[in-house]
Design a protein around this ligand. Structure first.
Ligand code: CP
Ligand code: NVA
Length: 307
């Protein structure tokens, strides 16, 4: 049966850990000048309804490095943009390509694509989740601090697609997750309830320094995500104080690292001294999109077993 990656909760704990280990292996192979050709002759179709720098380039380069090929399509280039149903698009693309990656405005569209495609579907970001990003983030955490399952992770800011994906990661790896979000901007209630029902240590408070207290990892993301531009002014007011600055980093452990999926707004969700400072790993994190997604593609599209 084909597998999709729409949220990290689609993976078992074992699969998630095995993907991280394979990603580390692929990174080491690349660094040593080695080569893997596991997707030779295979094609990934990528559909973008929103802008992207990292997702687009890392998937394209990743397919190339694995001996395969990627096709990039913006919504306006496709018949979807003129009203062709997503379900028909899924059926047609399945006759040509071996996998589909989609960045969509609405999570339900990626779900519909996956339901109707015969080939694996990967979520390259929706309004609800961003699993490929958190896969790369977990690899970054593992490289710096060892097994993420043993750590305390903080997330400061908007309870958005990134916050939701961190909750799903905590459900599978069992780390402690403390979030600080303004009132009305909490993460998805369904994911939070699932995490709590599964006994995961996840909390949502209001105080960034309290969330960061004793944390090994401090995360944040933009106050206004793609598709929310009309709310920018309202959000600027609501998120005042939700900045990761030196004071918040001081509450974390001395060896703590700072993560941000990028793009970032210095002076809003993060102070320049933090994102450009010694605890920041944001560019390793961006690089790790490539390695993490190669591990995912080999497995989901190439049938390489996870060990
Ligand atoms: N972090 C991330 O997904 O970046 P892009 O929007 O540039 O793809
Ligand atoms: N939360 C951000 C992440 C961008 C990679 C957005 O959805 O725009």
């Amino acid at each position: 049966m084909k597998r999709d990656l729409l949220t990290l909760a689609d993976l078992t704990s074992h699969e998630l850990r095995a993907l991280l280990n394979r990603a580390a292996e692929l990174k080491a192979i690349r660094r040593a000048g080695g080569h893997t050709d596991s997707l030779r002759g295979r094609t990934l179709a990528m559909i973008f309804e929103k802008a992207s720098t990292r997702t687009r380039v890392s998937f394209d380069v990743g397919m190339h490095q694995l001996g395969g090929h990627a096709i990039v399509m913006l919504r306006r280039d496709l018949q979807i943009g003129r009203g062709e149903p997503v379900s028909d698009t899924a059926r047609v693309l399945s006759r040509y390509v071996d996998g589909i990656m989609m960045r969509a405005d609405h999570h339900a569209v990626v779900e519909e694509l996956a339901r109707n495609a015969d080939v694996p579907v990967i979520n390259g970001l929706t309004d609800r989740t961003h699993p490929c990003q958190v896969l790369a983030d977990l690899l970054t955490v593992q490289e710096n601090l060892g097994d993420p399952g043993q750590l305390r992770i903080a997330y400061i800011g908007d309870g958005n697609n990134m916050a939701n994906s961190w909750i799903n990661a905590a459900r599978r790896l069992g780390f402690e997750l403390s979030l600080a979000c303004p009132e009305g901007y909490e993460p998805d209630a369904e994911y939070l309830a699932a995490a709590k029902a599964e006994g995961v240590k996840v909390s949502v408070g209001r105080d960034p320094a309290a969330a960061a207290d004793g944390a090994h990892v401090v995360n944040t993301d933009v106050w206004t995500s793609m598709g929310q531009e009309e709310e920018t002014q309202k959000r600027l007011a609501a998120f005042q104080g939700y900045i990761v600055d030196r004071r918040v980093m001081k509450a974390a452990r001395p060896e703590a690292i700072f993560l941000h999926c990028l793009p970032a707004h210095r002076g809003e969700e993060v102070a320049a001294e933090v994102i450009d400072g010694p605890q920041s790993r944001v560019f390793d994190q961006a690089e790790n999109r490539l390695h993490a997604q190669k591990a995912l593609l080999e497995w989901i599209m190439g049938g390489r077993p996870l060990r």
